[in-house]
Design a protein around this ligand. Structure first.
Ligand SMILES: *Cc1c(COP(=O)(O)O)cnc(C)c1O
Length: 372
């Protein structure tokens, strides 16, 4: 008797494929992209340059021109620079190289929801340390968690996703110096937060520190799938042992080089996003306080909380049941975190165009009004 299918790995049997819903709604504020397209002329320039590619040949395996361009941008050298198909692939490669059975990863809670997924597929046990009530990591807690779990890899998003808070350099130093781990600081949103929040200045001081970044967020190229790492040369050497040969295709390497050349034009929107973020946060706080004597909005508790964010999204907490679904009824897609421990009642809203943000605020106002 032969079976007509092969059972998937036991630990994957009950797993749902990861990913935010891709729904066809008017206002999509759920995956933290930049609402504006790449600068005018970018695709034309990429198109011009890919004409010269020999696509019958495999691409440059170490992606040297792209890594050199990225290294130049960060003022470092190509041997400290790595690139892959999105920072998610870099995180996966890091866990393949430094995690695995018999090793341990440590991350923060709340944190980026891909870390547990990547740990599962790489068979890396994962432990979590809770952020404090303001979604910050205290050096004390960092030290306790390292002492308790003795991790091999530490994954820290800074700014935090979904909270939007940066991690202090003091906490990063403690994570590094009290452990023997590779300290991975995931700076997916750092271009929004500003250079003073970046751990880039700690690279010289902390020999087991790597920074992981992406072109998916502030660089407006989520569709390109390109991320990069800067860190010690031995990490770059080790990652070559787990990467697939020719993992970065020739067209992407060109598209990445052109993006780095046009960096200024690509990042020029950040001020608008920051202004919109602060405008939306202020409007949300005004909603909480009630509009002009109409009484508190959102029930007797006046319960709408918006957390301070240095990124291009806001975490919002309310006691409205199924806020995610109620906003969706009004054509606004946000990210639902309400079932995550510590994030009860929370949704995360990406800062979009002014019109999209207004649509979100109007939808929220209607939902809250219907609750009264
Ligand atoms: C969006 C995001 C990424 C980006 O992943 P890519 O694979 O580069 O698109 C990485 N880390 C965090 C914390 C993110 O929010």
């Amino acid at each position: 008797m032969t079976a007509d299918r092969v059972p998937v790995r036991d630990d994957l049997a009950d797993v749902a494929p990861y990913g935010a819903p891709q729904l066809d709604v008017a206002v999509r504020l759920n995956t933290n992209e930049t609402p504006e397209p790449p600068p005018l002329g970018y695709l034309a320039e990429v198109g011009r340059r890919i004409q010269g590619l020999e696509l019958n040949r495999y691409p440059d395996r170490p992606a040297t021109a792209l890594r050199e361009a990225l290294a130049g941008r960060l003022g470092t050298t190509v041997d400290r620079m790595w690139a892959a198909n999105g920072s998610n692939e870099i995180l996966q490669q890091l866990l393949q190289a430094y995690g695995g059975p018999g090793r341990r990863a440590l991350t923060v809670r709340p944190g980026y929801s891909m870390y547990p997924e990547l740990c599962r597929t790489s068979l890396t046990p994962i432990a979590e340390v809770d952020l404090d009530a303001g979604f910050l990591l205290t050096p004390e807690r960092a030290a306790e968690a390292v002492a308790e779990h003795d991790p091999d890899v530490i994954l820290v998003p800074s700014p935090n996703n979904p909270a939007g808070t940066p991690v202090g350099h003091d906490a990063l130093r403690v994570l590094h110096d009290s452990s023997r781990a590779l300290l991975v600081v995931d700076e997916a949103y750092i271009e929004f937060a500003g250079p003073h929040h970046s751990a880039v200045g700690l690279l010289e001081e902390l020999p087991r520190l790597v920074l992981v970044r992406t072109l998916s967020k502030a660089f407006r190229l989520a569709g390109l799938r390109l991320g990069y790492l800067v860190g010690p040369t031995w990490v770059v050497d080790d990652l070559q042992k787990v990467r697939l040969p020719y993992h970065l295709d020739a067209m992407k390497q060109v598209a990445g080089v052109v993006a780095v050349e046009q960096e200024e034009a690509f990042l020029e929107h950040r001020r608008r996003i920051a202004e919109e973020r602060d405008r939306v946060a202020t409007a949300l706080r005004a909603l909480r306080e009630g509009d002009g004597g109409a009484g508190p909005v959102g029930g007797a508790d006046g319960d709408l909380e918006v957390y301070p964010s240095v990124a291009n999204f806001l975490l919002v907490r309310s006691s409205v049941p199924d806020l995610f679904g109620r906003l969706l009824e009004h054509g606004v897609l946000v990210r639902d975190f309400s079932t995550k421990p510590g994030l009860e009642g929370c949704v995360r809203v990406t800062i979009g165009t002014a019109e999209e943000n207004d649509a979100f605020l109007a939808a929220l106002e209607r939902v809250l009004a219907a609750e009264q």
